[in-house]
Design a protein around this ligand. Structure first.
Ligand code: ADP
Ligand code: MG
Length: 654
């Protein structure tokens, strides 16, 4: 039972106000079959929209089953639309990408389905379309589409069916079929209200209401009605408050499923919006993996240097206000290394070293490589004791012997698999005998550590490079706890030996321990990683904005669909959820593809550069989390926009 008192509806169009309804009073009992007629523009549609809760009156009271409509929340209205009312539109308003059966079942998505999943099929049978259940709307005639729409209106077992010119677009045969169905429904106790232009249809109704200029001009019960009397008692009104949505997970899966299908229906657009996220996630994954790989490479390289190591370089000293060449007055000599070892008991070793590049020749082979002149203790200090052959001795160093220990890369390039031990090679045309091969260290990070030739430091200085001074002195401290003291003592001794003025002692020497070096290197590699990740994050952000654009377009394009979904009972939250699900599906699939792509890129770079990169589970989680988060954040705005539309405004949208 419903009752309208003094209902008005006005539209403000610029300066003037148009009244579509000017005070309608109406009482409709359960089980009536009513036809509403009147000239075009008389307010018939406006009245049915208000009756069907698709629109709200400007003033007046509407009571439905004793509930004052103006007191209900928007969600309660949606629930009433879904549970109590079936609306049939002149334009059918079926969703084009769904089959007839899916269209009929659509309202069940929003309701606590008590009818079972077979019900849509049953309803299609009842309107004579059982065999057409799998067809899409564009494969059905107008009359058939309208019958599908009627079946959809019935799927939640409404107590009232409203039809706004349901046969307006149909031929007379279809018109007859539709009318027959509506009569049958009425015979089961369902209230039927039909808006029509046809006097023929009006005559058949039990009650005929005529409108003109927004007021009821006649309202009569007709004796000649052909509608059969109600055979069963009408269904009892359902309680509004008791109705909740379907269970959370059923709803979630239904929405995600729908999201996938809408996206699959628009493949190019979906792919384009995914692209942004894909690139973003791929770069995040790859950047993090490369950063990690570089860091690992640095760490292994440092670890191979040995611990408790101090490295002394000459610094720059100002004499008379002029900055001299590095080491101008503080050059390191071989004697310095001996003095350091002799004077500081904490030192296990103080090894002189020089660097350079040399040309290796053997038979017709030529190879340019790094030269290191070192002390006999070099091998032990750097864990480089040869497994094949031997390292040179102190005696060989003192006698400036021409012996060389060569790295694996040099062996490969120059000897091509033959044994080099005992062979005579030439370094910058000076003959040397190969006495050992350095154990392989691998190419960690930036350079090949096996591309090297090591010879005694004295030989290197006086016989090969013509250097009178050392490049550095490496000191090994006996115990880690003495490193700081040894460092201070070594510096003090060097300042005294070189007679460095007090004012310049800070710049005279550069002495570092491994902790310093490690710290500096990891700090710079951390900065690098952060920078890379930040760049990758920006591309993720851009991807997110792409998704928002596409979703906004999608909302505008599907405004009518949103209106329809609301008309059949979707709550605000349902619409919000639907669009969010779609954007999360896009960003999540994009994220998945991005992780795979990023991983492939990482593998590719590893293969090319030989770095030991690693894609960590955390970086994958991070990328996934980011993409889902972006889907939600950038989906919220379009989804909210969609959910706030009024059903009838959305339906009218062109
Ligand atoms: P009917 O369905 O009887 O042809 P309507 O109820 O659609 O009539 O419209 C009644 C009156 O209200 C008409 O004068 C129409 O121009 C006006 N009207 C309907 N909807 C709107 C709207 N959204 N904005 C402005 N005027 C409207
Ligand atoms: Mg109309």
């Amino acid at each position: 039972m419903l009752e309208l008192s003094n209902i008005t509806k006005s539209y403000t169009m610029g300066a003037n106000v148009v009244y579509a309804l000017k005070g309608v009073n109406l009482r409709i009992e359960d089980g009536e079959f009513i036809a509403i007629m009147g000239p075009s523009g008389s307010g018939k549609s406006t009245l049915t929209h208000i009756l069907g809760l698709l629109d709200v009156p400007t003033s007046g009271s509407y009571q439905l089953n004793g509930n004052e409509i103006s007191h209900l929340t928007e969600d309660n209205l949606a629930i009433l639309r879904r549970e109590e009312i079936g609306f049939v539109f002149q334009q059918f308003n079926l969703l084009p990408r769904m089959s007839a059966e899916e269209n009929v079942g659509l309202p069940l998505l929003y309701s606590e389905s008590t009818t079972g999943s077979k019900f849509p099929k049953e309803l299609l049978d009842r309107v004579g379309l059982g065999p057409r259940a799998g067809h899409h709307p564009n494969e059905l005639s107008g009359g058939q589409q309208q019958r599908v729409a009627i079946a959809r209106a019935l799927v939640n077992r409404p107590r009232m069916v409203l039809a706004d010119e349901p046969t307006g677009n149909l031929d007379s045969t279809s018109e007859h079929e539709i009318l027959t169905i509506l009569k049958e429904l009425n015979a089961q106790g369902i209230t039927v209200i039909i808006v029509t232009h046809e006097e023929e249809i009006g005559k058949q109704a039990k009650r005929l209401i005529r409108l003109r200029d927004g007021v009821v001009v006649s309202d009569e019960r007709q004796v000649g009605s052909t509608v059969p009397v109600v055979q069963s008692t009408p269904p009892a009104p359902k309680k509004v408050e008791a109705k909740k949505g379907a269970s959370f997970f059923t709803e979630l899966f239904a929405h995600i499923g729908q999201g996938f299908r809408t996206l699959a229906g628009n493949k190019v657009r979906t792919a384009l919006s995914m692209l942004g996220i894909l690139i973003g996630v791929a770069s995040v994954v790859a950047m993090l993996a490369l950063g990690k790989g570089a860091q690992k490479a640095i760490e292994t390289q440092l670890a191979s240097l040995g611990s408790n190591l101090l490295i002394l370089h000459a610094g720059a000293v100002r004499v008379g206000g002029v900055t001299q060449q590095a080491g101008a007055t503080t050059r390191l000599t071989y004697e310095d290394s001996l003095a350091l070892k002799a004077a500081i008991p904490e030192l296990n070793e103080a090894a002189a070293s020089v660097n350079g590049r040399v040309q290796v020749t053997w038979e017709n082979k030529n190879w340019s490589t790094q030269l290191l002149g070192g002390a006999s203790s070099y091998a032990r200090m750097h864990s480089l004791v040869p497994e094949i052959g031997r390292f040179f001795t102190d005696a060989e160093n003192l006698s400036r012997a021409r012996v060389a220990v060569i790295g694996a890369t040099v062996v490969r390039e120059v000897f091509e698999g033959r044994s080099p031990i005992g062979e005579m090679i030439k370094l910058n045309k000076v003959p040397f005998q190969v006495i050992g091969i350095l154990p392989e260290k691998g190419a960690t990070g930036w350079r090949d550590q096996d591309d090297i030739v090591v010879i005694p430091v004295a030989t290197a200085m006086y016989r090969l490079l013509g250097k009178l001074y050392l490049d550095s002195i490496e000191m090994e401290v006996r115990s880690a706890t003495d490193v700081a003291k040894a460092q201070d003592d070594a510096l003090e001794l060097m300042l005294k030996r070189k007679r460095v003025p007090l004012s310049q002692k800070d710049d005279a020497f550069d002495i570092r321990n491994m902790a310093d070096i490690q710290e500096a290197l990891s700090a710079s590699s951390r900065t690098m990683s952060t920078l890379l990740a930040a760049i990758a994050a920006i591309s993720l952000l851009v991807g997110g904005i792409g998704i928002m654009n596409i979703m906004l377009v999608s909302v505008t394009e599907r405004t009518k669909e949103i209106g329809l979904r609301k008309a059949i009972g979707a709550r605000r939250a349902d619409i919000l959820f639907q669009f969010l699900a779609e954007s999360v599906v896009v960003s999540f699939s994009g994220g998945l593809a991005g992780v795979i792509l990023g991983w492939l890129i990482t593998l590719g770079i590893s293969a090319v550069t030989g770095w030991s990169t690693s894609v960590s589970p955390e970086s994958i989680l991070l990328a996934f989390g980011c993409s889902a988060f972006i889907g939600v954040v950038f989906g919220v705005y379009p989804a909210r926009k969609a959910s706030r539309l009024h059903p009838i405004d959305a339906l009218r949208f062109e």
